[in-house]
Write a protein that binds this ligand. Sequence first.
Ligand code: NAP
Length: 248
Amino acid sequence: MKKGENIWLIGASTGIGKALAKELSDTGARLVLSSRNKDALEELEKILGGGHFVCPVDIADSASVAKAVSFVTETLPRIDRVICLAAVYTPGAFADIPEKDMENIVNTNLAGTLRVAKSVLPVLEQQGGGQLVLCGSIAGYAGLPASQPYAATKAGIMNLAQSLYMEYRPKNIDIKLISPGFVKTPMTDKNDFPMPFIMQPEDAAKRIAKGLNKKSFEIHFPRRFTFLLKFLRLLPASLYFFIIRRLA
Ligand SMILES: NC(=O)c1ccc[n+]([C@@H]2O[C@H](COP(=O)([O-])OP(=O)(O)OC[C@H]3O[C@@H](n4cnc5c(N)ncnc54)[C@H](OP(=O)(O)O)[C@@H]3O)[C@@H](O)[C@H]2O)c1
């Protein structure tokens, strides 16, 4: 990572985003820290030692995204990377997830990511290049028991990232996909089931920061878990369901 890069980090207030903000700040990057919770972002900006910007945004709201994009383009001379980690999650069986939660998950995770991509890609194109990083999940690789609406949005983001990669590569815009396994954050603190190979957010942030400069499209971790799931999804559906049921 070059010192002095300008990075817009969306979903910076907690969890992986907060740890990534520290990691990127340590490399000398100048960050625009975004999420809905302004107080948490201001607190983080202080922890990072200043020199960054706070820009509250609700990616579930088009007007809010448009306002934030204006702020970022007016504040930074150039945007080197946009990293969108913002997402919401309601655990549980499908029947138990309230419809309003389901709609919020889709409107935030999938439609919100689309809004961000739609708004920032023209800016990156106009400046001659840059990087857009979207966040999927191992939950998006193939169907797993529980967390269905969340997992479906993550599958959508993975598909979106692949399409964008092909469309924007020739325009000197690097699209990356982050696919984390379980990471201990406020999001996974809601889970009441065992989470294999769970990592600390600081470890996840280190892997992400390292992966941002690599050529590979996908930053996935922990590898022993992600490679296992990548293999399982290649199996015929009946065998896949059988193995996942046994593992779950
Ligand atoms: N933790 C895991 O095991 C895991 C595994 C796979 C993938 N992931 C993905 O990794 C990313 C980070 O997750 P995390 O575990 O760090 O969760 P987290 O601690 O809950 O962080 C989610 C972030 O998204 C922000 N956010 C939520 N709704 C938003 C909205 N409408 N507009 C703007 N920001 C919004 C939250 O801040 P505010 O509340 O301040 O808005 C927060 O900063 C997510 O995309 C998640 O799906 C996590």
